[in-house]
Design a binder for this molecule. Structure first.
Ligand code: GDP
Length: 694
């Protein structure tokens, strides 16, 4: 079947919002108005369709991104779900990577909140054009124009009011479309599906005229020819204004702003029209570029060789492993082979789907700009590039931060270890920031993630989706270890008494690498003093030693290891001997390299009433934190700081007590830093007692 929707009519968008701003309700309304669902499932009934996972409904937050496609007028809109909680920033980043535009959703009362700032900044990093939607206009204290001020002053955006609310709070009736200067009301008999056009109410006429004047001015500024016409005193046509607003939005110079109440079925349809009118199509986004060759590009065109990015993996009860793919160029065909250029492997497209709210549409082909789910890509991971084998290209992968917090986990009932293992494996496949490790020596399974809530949700899912109830230990910080000095030397692994012996001899050089560089292994052995066949064993031994570092039993990072000399024995050398030899050699040299323990540092933002600012800064300093800035925000004080994660456990209680419940905070992983020496000693002592340093 050929393409049915022209590429310029495709919109791949996300709704970015602070928790509780109404994203789920708004998404539901979108599905309803576009005809994909027939009954509106209220969030508070727990019947929302987008939130397919039970515990998301219970918590009322959206965690996993699913991509749901709807048809709106002659357009096709794919909604890529982005989570609202900072613990899931990796989820936010991955969805921002594949969407072309976003609706930034705000609460008309809460306005710009710390977490909306976070997501806004991330979206700027990925150059995502946005429109703003101010929801909950029916709530007491709702103020559309105050939120626009917040977008301007706090987020540095340039909002342009495209509508003017008619009434507010319980008298919120509809909006005035400032382009056509018509009032739009929503017929409640059809749950807002029918839009009723009316004249602007008398008392709003002057205000709307003024707002339209500002809108036209901002539009004219986007285009020199229009500006000239406008300054010459000529009227701009609606089409001209729309064209200019579109241009400004895509260039991220303007943010068209709308308002409504998802809950009261008002204002959602004009917002959908705006998605089509002002947010970019894949054509506007343009070419994608290879990660390693800036000259290698793919155009958003069905006639180009196929390339796409796997951005989300979900294990589905019925279909197995589903890989969500954004197609950037060419055509993806059912039954054909695709090449995973990141893994350097081929795989066959077993089944191909477009995901709708309540059904999956089986496809034969997917085209440039499409977002689809594929069955059959068993080995593909999040961030991998898929492409035409004859025309390989590798796109930039998706960066995921390393997990910073761990807990030990075990099933409540004995005999369920295997079930737990399988469930954890499936969850880790879905979520690159969730890591599972089994510690052979302590027989403990340890799970790690991006925050306490992240791990709590995993434990919830284990119970609900996989039927394994678990108990977990106390959360622990995911420390790392590294060295600060070069160190080199040799080790001999020799056991040659009686029978067949063991012989291996290696010389290694360990050097510190810049933070974030990870591990590299170099072979400088000359003349076969260690035969080539044993070199991989040497690397394996080093990697094994690094998994549980010699200093405190934490993973080793940022070292370069070079093997430069050694020897072997014709009969007694084997792979095992070299693995063991390299492992011991690494351990000894590491301890001689001035080792250091590293800890995750968190960017913390505390918002408190002005008279509590001293208490807030004090609470960060007491936690070995650095206060990095303070600012006024909407009657509160905002304190920015950098604090070690290990000191932040229980902080929500502290801040609540300090401020009688009026303070809030957010935190997000920033980077790793060295742990002060006195503390390091304590940690090592504790780890030794627990038998974790070997
Ligand atoms: P999410 O966390 O952003 O997905 O927000 P939800 O859609 O779950 O909404 C959070 C709460 O706000 C729910 O109780 C909704 O019923 C309510 N809500 C959503 N939209 C509106 C609105 O327009 N007006 C009012 N008054 N409440 C709303």
């Amino acid at each position: 079947m050929p393409r049915t929707v022209a590429l310029e009519k495709v919109r791949n968008i996300g709704i970015m919002a602070h928790i509780d701003a109404g994203k789920t309700t708004t998404s539901e309304r979108i599905l309803f108005y576009s005809g994909k669902i027939h009954k509106i499932g209220e969030v508070h009934d727990g019947a929302a369709t987008m939130d397919s996972m039970v515990q998301e409904q219970e918590r009322g937050i959206t965690i996993m991104s699913a991509a749901t496609t709807v048809d709106w007028k002659s357009y096709r809109i794919s909604l890529i779900d982005t989570p609202g909680h900072v613990d899931f920033t990796a989820e936010v980043e991955r969805s921002l990577r594949v969407l072309d535009g976003a609706v930034a959703l705000f609460c008309a009362v809460g306005g710009v909140q710390p977490q909306s700032e976070q997501v806004w900044r991330q979206s700027e990093k990925y150059n995502v054009p946005k429109i703003a939607m101010v929801n909950k206009m029916d709530r007491i204290g709702a103020d559309f124009f105050a939120v626009l001020e917040g977008i301007k002053n706090v987020l540095g955006g340039n909002p342009v009011a495209m509508v003017c609310p008619i009434g507010a709070e319980e008298n919120f009736e509809g909006i005035v479309d400032l382009l056509t200067m018509k009032a739009i009301k929503f017929d409640m008999k059809t749950l807002g599906k029918t839009e009723i056009m009316e004249e602007i109410p008398e008392h709003l006429r002057e205000k709307c005229k003024q707002l339209r004047h500002e809108l036209v001015e901002k539009a004219a500024e986007q285009d020199d020819a229009l500006l000239e016409k406008y300054l010459g005193g000529e009227e701009l046509t609606i089409e001209e204004i729309k064209g200019a607003i579109r241009k400004g939005t895509i260039a991220r110079k303007l943010v068209p702003a709308y308002c409504g109440s998802a809950f009261k079925d008002k204002g959602i349809q004009p917002m959908l029209d705006a998605v089509c009118d002002y947010l970019p199509s894949p054509l506007d986004i343009g070419d994608v570029v290879s990660a390693d060759d800036p000259d290698k590009i793919r155009k958003p065109d069905d006639n180009e060789p196929f390339c796409g990015l796997a951005f989300k993996i979900v294990s589905d009860k019925h279909m197995g492993k589903l890989t969500y793919v954004r197609v950037y160029s060419g055509v993806l065909k059912l039954g054909e082979e695709v090449y995973n250029s990141t893994m350097k492997q081929s795989a066959r497209i077993g089944r191909l789907f477009r995901m709708h709210a309540n059904r999956q549409e089986a496809l034969e082909e997917a085209y440039a700009g499409d977002i689809v789910a594929v069955v059959g890509l068993t080995r593909t991971r999040t961030g991998d590039t898929l492409c035409d084998r004859a025309h390989p290209i590798t796109l930039e992968s998706i960066d995921f931060p390393a997990p910073v917090i761990s807990v030990s986990i075990k099933p409540e009932s004995r005999g369920e270890n295997e079930k737990l293992g399988n469930a954890l494996y499936a969850l880790a496949q879905e979520d690159p920031t969730f890591v599972v490790k089994f510690d052979q020596e302590t027989s403990e399974t340890v799970i790690s993630g991006m925050g306490e809530l992240h791990l709590q949700i995993i434990v919830d899912r284990l119970k609900r989706e996989f039927n394994v109830a678990c108990t977990v230990g106390a959360p622990e910080v995911a420390y790392r270890e590294t060295i600060r000095m070069k160190s080199e030397g040799e080790y001999k692994h020799v056991k040659q008494t009686g029978g067949r012996g063991q012989y291996a001899h290696v010389c290694l050089r360990l050097e510190p690498q810049d933070p974030g560089m990870g591990f590299s292994f170099v072979n400088e052995v000359k003349g076969g003093v260690i035969p080539n066949e044993y070199i991989p064993a040497v690397e394996k031994g080093v990697i094994r030693a690094m998994e549980s570092g010699p200093y405190a039993g934490y993973p080793v990072v940022d070292v370069k290891v070079t093997v430069y000399f050694g020897s072997y024995h014709e009969v007694d050398s084997n792979e095992f001997a070299f693995i063991e030899c390299a492992r011991q050699c690494f351990k000894q040299l590491f301890l001689r390299g001035n080792p250091q323990l590293l800890e995750p540092m968190m960017n913390v933002e505390v918002s408190v009433p002005p008279d509590q600012m001293g208490a807030a800064t004090g609470s960060l300093c007491q936690r070995r934190g650095r206060v990095e800035g303070m600012e006024d925000k909407g009657g509160s004080k905002l304190v920015h700081g950098m604090v070690p994660l290990s000191e932040m456990f229980g902080y929500s209680n502290t801040i609540r007590t300090l401020t009688q419940g009026r303070g809030t905070y957010t935190m997000i992983f920033a980077h790793y830093e060295g742990v002060p020496f006195e503390l390091t000693e304590k940690i090592i002592e504790k780890r030794k007692k627990e038998g974790k340093v070997r």
